[in-house]
Design a protein around this ligand. Structure first.
Ligand SMILES: [Zn+2]
Length: 208
């Protein structure tokens, strides 16, 4: 009797599994095989990028631990995921400015990592060329320039607020070649990182 009850519960679970927002082996297989027969049965979002897709999406396979399952596109939108530009899970085009916001947010959070046009394109589900062109149209600068801008501003903060060495700072902000870092910094702010730190500390002293 008890066994029958248990197996009923188990069967119930299996039958209902397609109505629950969880990752199953079946769904994971559908994602990595870009299986279109699962389209509209579920959607998946990737935590690290904030993008959600149809199972058939041909974008780079995500890391399983970063994937969230949704049963409807609305659920994904309600959780602040944005529709993928490539597979269009809401069947509408993602407006360019929203797409670029997504990319800038990603850069803001991940500028310490290795980023280039190729990897950003893959992350944002678009071709590097299209990303470059659209980014420039919306922001007036290229994704590479934007990334540098974020990195150098972070460096400026480290110079003012910490005693980290220039080499450490260059690594911390994602420009591990410190000679190149110093050149970029000087071009942007008119002083080398060392000069910048000294000047800033001098100004602080005068204010006291
Ligand atoms: Zn997609």
């Amino acid at each position: 009797m008890e066994d029958k009850k248990n197996s009923d519960i188990q069967r119930g679970r299996l039958e209902n599994i397609s109505n629950v927002e969880i990752m199953t082996d079946e769904r994971w297989k559908a994602i990595i095989n870009n299986d279109a027969t699962y389209n509209n049965k579920f959607f998946y979002g990737v935590e690290t990028t904030g993008i959600f897709c149809k199972p058939s999406c041909k974008s780079r396979a995500p890391k399983k631990e970063n994937v969230r399952i949704f049963l409807t596109a609305e659920q994904a939108l309600n959780r602040n995921f944005r529709p993928c530009k490539r597979c269009k899970p809401t069947n509408e085009n993602l407006p360019d400015n929203e797409w670029i916001t997504l990319v800038t947010e990603y850069i803001d959070k991940n500028f310490t990592e290795k980023l280039n046009l190729e990897s950003l394109g893959a992350i944002a589900h678009g071709s590097p060329f299209h990303l470059h062109r659209t980014f420039k149209k919306i922001k007036g600068i290229t994704p590479t320039e934007y990334t540098q801008h974020v990195r150098l501003n972070a460096a400026r903060k480290y110079l003012i607020e910490t005693d980290k060495s220039i080499t450490d700072i260059s690594i911390c902000v994602g420009i591990p070649n410190s000679t190149y870092f110093i050149t970029l910094f000087k071009n942007k702010f008119g002083h080398t990182p060392i000069q910048y730190r000294k000047l800033h500390r001098l100004m602080d002293k005068e204010e006291e």
